[in-house]
Write a protein that binds this ligand. Structure first.
Ligand code: ATP
Ligand code: MG
Length: 269
């Protein structure tokens, strides 16, 4: 079964795009069929994957405007099992227009429907604000992964985010789950890290993912050169951490489907 995972939190620079790109690449290297979709008008996923404007035939912008069909804007990448849909907003007017169109929360959900069976995972990167494009991503996601930059978060921010998920559940996606909270840019042995970690464990223990993404300059360099980290430096700590995250999520997916398979027959009727 396909899993649709949105990477979201209304905070800039916490590692959403880095997580979306490198988690998608890691799942693909582990031979899962993956589609990465960029819903942030800033278009950072394109940069991180080396998609310059000449290489882009169209994106979500054209699909939202009914100029192209979704299959037309699916781009192959340097990783065999990884496909990519850019956003392709190239100026302020296009950005304004896609933001206006995204007030219809179910647009992305409707557009995605026919292509879902072609993938094991659909990973959606979102902008650092709620509503609009993020609401579209959450309306079609099975679950949401929340990256928290170690030492830079506020508990009120997470509380607000959880309230927003409740609203999305009521308004457009009853079954939206929280996949988990991922600590990114982790620097051990600092006071702020210790405090953040203690607070997170106290308040959100059940949501904390086991994998922690360390602060790692190879992740920055890889994005700069337009490559997922695994194609830039396969042995770096950042690459290995994202592979571990992919395995952690795959393990959960597997045990969820096993549980489904083992539902007693009398409960199925
Ligand atoms: P925005 O909300 O602006 O889209 P974002 O949440 O998507 O930001 P990223 O763009 O992924 O955040 O990361 C912000 C910056 O931090 C980037 O320069 C990125 O290369 C760097 N970065 C991300 N993860 C790490 C890491 N684990 N170690 C070191 N640098 C990192
Ligand atoms: Mg981003």
């Amino acid at each position: 079964m396909t899993k649709i995972l949105a990477i979201a939190i209304p905070k800039g620079g916490v590692g959403k795009t880095t997580t979306a790109v490198n988690l998608a690449a890691s799942l693909a290297v582990l031979e899962k069929r993956v589609l990465l979709i960029d819903t942030d008008p800033f278009g950072a996923c394109s940069m991180a994957l080396g998609f310059t404007q000449e290489k882009i035939v169209g994106g979500l912008y054209e699909v939202f405007n009914f100029m192209h069909s979704m299959p037309k804007v699916i781009h192959r990448t340097d990783i065999a099992f990884l496909d990519f849909v850019p956003i392709n907003t190239r100026n302020n007017q296009m950005e304004e227009r896609i933001l206006r169109l995204s007030e219809n929360r179910t647009l992305l959900k409707n557009i995605l429907r026919p292509i879902i069976p072609h993938y094991d995972y659909i990973i959606i990167d979102t902008p650092p604000f709620l509503r609009g494009l993020t609401a579209n991503a959450l309306a079609c996601a099975d679950s949401v992964l929340i990256p928290i930059r170690s030492g830079h978060f506020s508990l009120e921010g997470i509380d607000k985010l959880f309230k927003y998920f409740e609203w999305i559940r009521e308004a457009s996606n009853k079954t939206l789950q929280v996949e988990g909270i991922l600590q990114t840019m982790y620097e051990p042995h600092t006071k702020v890290t210790e405090i953040t970690e203690r607070e997170l464990q106290l308040r959100f223990r059940k949501y904390m993912l086991k994998t922690i993404i360390p602060k790692n300059t190879h992740l920055i360099e890889a994005a700069f050169y337009g490559k997922p980290a695994i194609l830039f430096n396969a042995a770096s700590k950042g690459t290995l951490a994202y592979l571990e995250l992919a395995r952690e999520l795959m393990g959960r997916q597997q045990s969820a489907s096993q549980q489904l398979q083992t539902v007693p027959v009398q409960n199925i009727a």
